[in-house]
Write a protein that binds this ligand. Structure first.
Ligand SMILES: [Zn+2]
Length: 172
């Protein structure tokens, strides 16, 4: 928890979780602005109540992954010489379909969407998003910590063979 305090007074906090009341999935989001203590208190309650995906989120500061997922230098002895290679654990996770959301400060399964909404208008632009807070691969912090995230552009480049597959609904 100590990491949260280094962001200073400008960080804005939110608590999110998924509600399944009435059989409908809804994302609950509550803003706490600069009241970190208030946010932590609700987050602890949501966790204790077993709310799915209970998350303490920073709205305006992107956080790096925990130390165990940060790049490191591995030294190996090869034919009597020391060889150094950089290991980036997030690359492996990205390849397995996992992303680090720097705002939720959680590992997430990325969600692919064909577009998004801004003020009621649908923008038909493909993107990879955090399933909870919706931040996309276009965000600089998301890109920085997810170097191998399969974005629509990367996927299109990789698979050119099946780009024209289309489903047609036949009427009876
Ligand atoms: Zn997120």
């Amino acid at each position: 928890m100590t990491d949260y305090f280094i962001t200073g007074a400008n960080a804005r906090w939110q608590v999110l979780w998924i509600s399944t009341k009435g059989g409908k999935k809804r994302i609950i989001e509550q803003d706490f602005e600069h009241d970190l203590m208030g946010a932590i208190s609700l987050y602890a309650k949501a966790k204790a109540a077993g709310k799915p995906f209970a998350t303490l989120r920073c709205a305006n500061v992107g956080f790096p992954p925990p130390d165990r997922l940060m790049p490191y230098i591995e030294r190996k002895r090869v034919k009597g010489r020391i060889v150094e290679t950089q290991v980036t654990p997030m690359v492996t996770l990205n390849m397995r379909g996992v992303m680090w959301c720097p705002y939720c400060m959680q590992l997430r399964k990325p969600m692919y969407q064909s577009g998004f909404r801004v003020e009621g208008i649908r923008v038909p632009e493909e993107g990879v998003h955090c399933p909870l807070c919706g931040v996309s691969h276009r965000n600089g912090h998301v890109r920085r910590w997810n170097p191998a995230l399969a974005t629509p552009t990367k996927r299109a480049r990789r698979s050119t063979s099946n780009k024209n597959v289309r489903r047609t609904r036949k009427s009876r």
